[in-house]
Design a protein around this ligand. Sequence first.
Ligand code: NAP
Length: 915
Amino acid sequence: MFAPRVGKVVEMGLKVAVIGQSAFGAEVFNELKKRGHEIVGVFTVPDAKGREDPLATAAKADNLQVFKFPRWKALKKDGGHTLPEVEQQFKSVGADLSVLAFVTQFIPVDLLDSNKYGGIIYHPSILPRHRGASAINWTLMEGDKKAGLTVFWADDGLDTGPILLTRETDVEPDDTVNSLYKRFLFPEGVKAVGDAVDLIAAGEAPRIVQPTEGATYDPLWKDPVKARIDFDKTGQQIHDFIRGNDRVPGAWAVVNGQETTLYGSTRTPSGGIPTDGKPVEIEGSKHPGFVTGQGLVLTGSDGEKLLVTSVKVGGKSLPAADLLGESSNEGGGKKEAPKVDEAAARAAIEAVWKDILGVETVSSDTDFFAQGAGSLDATRLVENLQSSVGLVIDPEDIYRAPTYGDFVKTVLKTKSSAAEYKTVKVRANGLELSLPVQHFIGGRFVDGSEGKTRPTINPATEEVIVDVADGSAADVDGAVTSAKDAFENGEWRKISARDRGKLLMKLADLMEQNKEELATIESLDSGAVYTLAVKTHVGMSVDTFRYFAGLADKIEGRTIPINDSRPSKNLCFTRREPIGVVGLIVPWNYPLMMVAWKAAACLAAGNTLVLKPAEVTPLTALKFAELTLKAGFPPGVVNVVLGAGSVVGNAITDHPSIRKVGFTGSTPVGKMIMGGAAKTLKKVSLELGGKSPLIVFADADFDRAVRQAGQAVFFNKGENCIAAGRVFVESSVHDKFVEAVVSDVRKMKIGDPLDRTTVHGPQNHKAHFDKLVAYIETAVKEGATVVYGGKRVGTRGFFLEPTVITGVEDGTVAATEESFGPIMLISKFETLDEVLKRANATEYGLASGVFTKDLNKALKVADGLQAGTVYVNTYNKTDVAAPFGGWKQSGFGKDLGQEALDEYLRTKAVTVEYW
Ligand code: NAP
């Protein structure tokens, strides 16, 4: 006896054909069977990417024949009639009733009507309101107080057939499309379809004609362009819009200049909506937004606020609180995940993925959602991992890292690395600094293979700041493996150039948000005067990342008119492609800025990198790595290995999988790099030393020339590659010039670099300080005169007086070798031709300058100087948009400007024949 739950008792269940797909179709199938109906046929969609639909799987388990029609009707252009083979197969199952469980295909009604009872359809709204395929979105976007579902009889219209039954629920204040579906429309929908079939079986199913009043037909809602938030709406309307778009297509706004998709809006967070936080700019809104540890607060036109808890920027989902750019790795209220065995966790992740996706194998690029999984599967994944191995993961992780490889790295990294890496706390400059101290490889901070460390010293106090990892060739190899994997298999190559630019922009924003910390660390580690560190060391680094972020999607090839192979035609075009894994080796004078000058162009071009900072200044490179982690760079894109040039630098130069080395440093080491790179035929770019001449003519604006010459030599304690290594002054103003310079130098305040009134800090490290003292002694031995300075200041710290030396003979060591310190060498000259010759009498050719009011003279000198940069009536005017690099033995290849991108790209010519 068949006993339906609804209606009277009848003899037999119905013979039902189930048409549909997805988990919902499978649950309806099971529900109807459970209620005693006989499923006589299942009609679902063809397999996608070799994976069958869950409804097909459920039916196969019952040995039922499954029909997978790509379409039921012929295309309109072919007559639009029901396909005969479909008709024949559909009728062959002999169903009394067809049940359409969330069907995506167009099913001919005349075919359904050939069943005894016709067909019934599930629809996720209370009809006649919200007809159409995006009913749930519209229910929320329209601010409906009730949501619901309808089972109706199929007819010729779109969602217009007579109603059989409806079910409804209150819309909760923070319901989203997802939550409404999961908590009500899916489970109650399955039951409602069961009830509807029971009513038909019992002969009690009504056919209530849909009223015309209140009917709406709402357009399909999946176009992200339309999902932009209108801030002229009230707070409640914006909240409704965000949740009505959550998660697809995702409502978005421009936050701090970046397109940002917003999820998880709430107007009722526990503890209420925060009233203050770090301001962010919201384009189109009269009210600025602000970010707190709870998320992003937005305000509607009526002043009503809402809190957004999750965002997606540059293709990556993040907690909205991360818009602060300073989410702590130190617990910060985050729940500690229980410890789990990593090997067991890996095995469990693999097993659960295979089970959910119904596949035999998973590889690092298997995409959870592209393989057909939905949000319910994501929930299953989370719950399954927790119950099987106790792995507690953030449900958002699967959206942040939808491919298998990235998911494993994200989940295990969250547990074992990103959340737990070692940092040392140091108080300085009124801040508590948090210093990472390990290598950064594959998105994790790790100890080196040999476990060695070395101290890094504060040059102002000669005290150890912290011990950091000291790497080996094996560490370089590990970093290269990660970088290669990220380049060849990771997300990095898959994201668009524009998204790459957005990530770089995000990194720049994070650097700016953390500029006080970065500048303080730079000051401690390199002796940079804090005010200069903020403006130049960090400020220009931020600008560099912003500049190259903007160029990322402007890397273009050309079309080339080659000869056609007649009678065929040919198309030839070039693509500008990244090179692969790039090794970057940088010096200590501007530790972070040198990283930025190279890394920004390298990453904008799409490469992955292994960076070696100078062994005496490793700290801001590690902070940079930390910020790439926070910005959401995929693991392995940025790697940092600390250690000596002779070990780590050498291993980078020699590594066969590194295809290019970008080097900044001294000319002798540059030559070694070039020789080493020849062994594996790597591309190299070399930014090397200089002995830049600065020529002051008697007709120059004297005060300006004196001031600028001082800056040209003493800027950043003279540890400046373009520092004017020799100042040539026309003899008629020479003595006056020397006097004026000395008068200025006397006023320079030397001392603690963190003191805001200091202009001259300590030299970078002891070996360099000793070298400078020896250089001054050599100049004196060679017959030159120290007219000011030349001595150590105090007994603690590597402080050297700014030094002015005259009477340097051409051809001496002092006249030809780079000092790289605060030492001004002033020489007399008589004529333009003579000074040009003397200025060029060096193997260096980095920068140069000329001061004169005579335009002809200025241009003639600019023409004649053999250097990559010539400044006229100015000096040190370096800009991110202008190419920078040397001539002669100052190297080749440019940093900065559009030309820098060429250093990190290779050209592929593609030739196509067509006819
Ligand atoms: P450096 O001694 O040449 O060192 C530069 C980098 O190369 C450091 O990271 C160093 O590691 C590494 N290195 C040393 N030996 C190596 C090897 N055998 N193989 C691979 N890498 C090796 O230069 P520096 O003293 O740090 O910097 C000062 C020089 O840089 C000056 O000549 C200056 O003019 C030049 N510079 C040029 C520019 C430019 O744009 N043209 C800009 C800034 C500075 P360690 O840390 O272990 O020594």
